[in-house]
Design a protein around this ligand. Structure first.
Ligand SMILES: Cc1cc2nc3c(=O)[nH]c(=O)nc-3n(C[C@H](O)[C@H](O)[C@H](O)COP(=O)(O)OP(=O)(O)OC[C@H]3O[C@@H](n4cnc5c(N)ncnc54)[C@H](O)[C@@H]3O)c2cc1C
Length: 475
């Protein structure tokens, strides 16, 4: 079977990796830009001992998706930089709210005191869940904000859930589906009438699945995953930065004669009973099957001519723009150590959060910070398209105010990431089912993976590629 993979980001490269592992060749990956990696991009300033990441920087070694990524990292023999649960970057997460920097509780003890910005001890939110009955009519979906407010109260929705959603997908919790992050809790609540009650009942009643039962790992779990469990990693990075991963995948595939064609944008897909004709800039290429890892809004125009309804469904998945500002200051300037801080949207500030890169990873005598801005609120704050200098000045003034840093950054980078994070708004799961059903009904030789469908994190997109390859017929 000749298969083409569209997109050379992490998901497309992973699709290539799993296709090679399952079927062997022939197989080609087509990437529009002159590089692999998609949103993963590292600037490694070895001369000055620091790293700027404009996209992802850490991966969580959690559950099946986490184990799956570690299997890949192990196969590629990459050097990981673990951040253990006892590390300050794993323990300390902050909010900037009500004019002050607030440390989030990091132990059960923290549930009993009154910690700003909260005005009540957090255990009261748990009690509220225990005594609040769920809505009579079963819900299929709702926003994560409404779920949190219903179960735990407005303060938790505003100061815990909303900033967390900003940190994960730069989105508005009032629009993002509860299934995006809390599908299990939501279903337990719907089934048993409460989150805590449901979690306890499910322990006894519901069937537990493990990775072996799901058939992901034929033999035993990956050694690196076992190490992550044993050493209690909270997250990890890669030595030299995360772009090492797509680069290593490209090398691995290249050494096994998988062609990764750069600067090869696919412009149209035409389906026929014998397969797919892909239109590239200089040629039409016939293949039997296409795996698209493209963002949904990039795949939509490619299928529009023949399948306008599919194209419209793909365009129903919204995306947000994010501004990423990397800054380096000489010397150790942070008074508080931790992973970073998030700004709850109720604060109405022009930033989503700040990551303390030089606390997460060793960067010598540097303070390296990344400021995230925009997302759902991009047009509100940046609709009139400020210059990179204006963006940098705004980010610097916020950092100086919040973290009480007087210095100006010595090195900086401003990245405008256009439509970089899909938003799993209420009804997302249904939308994705609709898209996949359409493909099935019309028997299109097309599989979809990548951040648009089955999760927005690195682990999710790698696993989604694997699942799509495994679902392909064997002949
Ligand atoms: C700012 C930011 C921070 C993040 N931080 C984290 C983090 O810390 N941890 C984490 O787990 N995840 C994080 N993520 C998410 C993670 O980066 C993504 O899940 C992942 O990179 C998505 O990979 P992908 O392959 O699905 O998509 P993409 O990276 O979008 O790759 C798609 C590729 O397709 C190519 N392409 C587009 N159109 C065509 C065409 N017509 N023909 C051929 N090729 C085409 C593009 O050039 C691109 O290379 C972050 C994302 C962003 C934006």
């Amino acid at each position: 079977m000749t298969t083409a993979v569209l997109g050379g980001g992490l998901s497309g490269l992973s699709a290539g990796y799993y296709l090679l592992r399952r079927f062997g060749k022939p197989l080609t990956i087509y990437e529009a830009s002159p590089r692999v990696g998609g949103w993963v991009r590292t600037e490694n300033r070895k001369d000055r001992n620091f790293i700027f990441e404009s996209g992802p920087r850490t991966i969580r070694p959690v559950g099946l998706p986490g184990a799956n990524t570690l299997e890949l990292v192990e196969e590629l023999q990459l050097e990981v930089t673990p951040i253990r649960r006892s590390h300050v970057a794993a323990r300390n997460r902050m909010l900037f709210a009500k004019g002050q920097l607030c440390m989030l509780p990091n132990s059960p003890k923290g549930l009993f005191g009154v910690l700003p910005p909260f005005t009540k001890p957090l255990y009261k939110a748990i009690l509220r869940d225990l005594v609040t009955s769920s809505k009579k009519a079963k819900l299929e979906d709702e926003s994560i904000y409404s779920f949190a407010e219903r179960r735990f109260g407005k303060e938790i929705a505003d100061y815990a859930i909303s900033p967390m959603i900003c940190g994960i997908c730069a989105g508005d919790a009032r629009e993002i589906s509860v299934r995006f992050l809390m599908e299990g809790l939501f279903e337990k609540e719907q089934k048993y009438g409460g989150v805590l009650k449901g979690s306890l009942m499910a322990r006894f009643k519901d069937k537990q699945v493990d990775s072996k039962k799901e058939g992901l790992f034929a033999q035993e779990q990956p050694k690196l995953y076992a190490r992550a469990l044993e050493e209690k990693w909270a997250m990890y990075g890669l030595q030299g930065g995360l772009e090492i991963l797509p680069k290593a995948m490209r090398k691995y595939l290249g050494e096994r004669d998988v062609s990764v064609q750069l600067s090869s944008e696919c412009r149209n897909l035409t389906f026929s009973p014998s397969g797919v004709r892909m239109t590239l800039r200089e040629a039409d290429v016939p293949v039997e099957h296409v795996i698209s890892s493209l963002p949904a809004h990039k795949l939509a125009p490619l299928v529009k001519q023949q399948h306008p309804s599919l194209s419209a469904q793909l365009l129903d998945i919204p995306y947000v723009d994010v501004l990423v500002v990397n800054m380096q200051f000489p010397g150790k300037l942070l008074k508080q150590q931790g992973f970073g801080l998030l700004v709850p949207p109720v604060e109405k500030l022009p930033i989503l959060g700040v990551i303390f890169d030089s606390c997460c990873f060793e960067m010598g005598e540097n303070t390296v910070l990344t400021v995230m801005m925009g997302g759902h609120w991009f047009d509100q704050w940046f609709g009139d398209r400020p210059s990179p200098k204006q963006i940098l000045d705004l980010a610097t003034s916020q950092v100086q105010r919040i973290l009480q840093i007087r210095e100006e950054p010595k090195f900086s980078r401003v990245h405008t990431l256009h439509k970089c994070i899909p938003q799993y708004t209420v009804g997302h799961k249904r939308r994705v089912e609709g898209i996949r059903n359409y493909i099935k009904t019309y028997k299109l030789p097309l599989s979809l993976c990548g951040a648009a469908y089955d999760g927005v994190g690195i682990n999710d997109v790698i696993l989604s590629a694997r699942r799509q390859v495994e679902a392909m017929p064997s002949s």
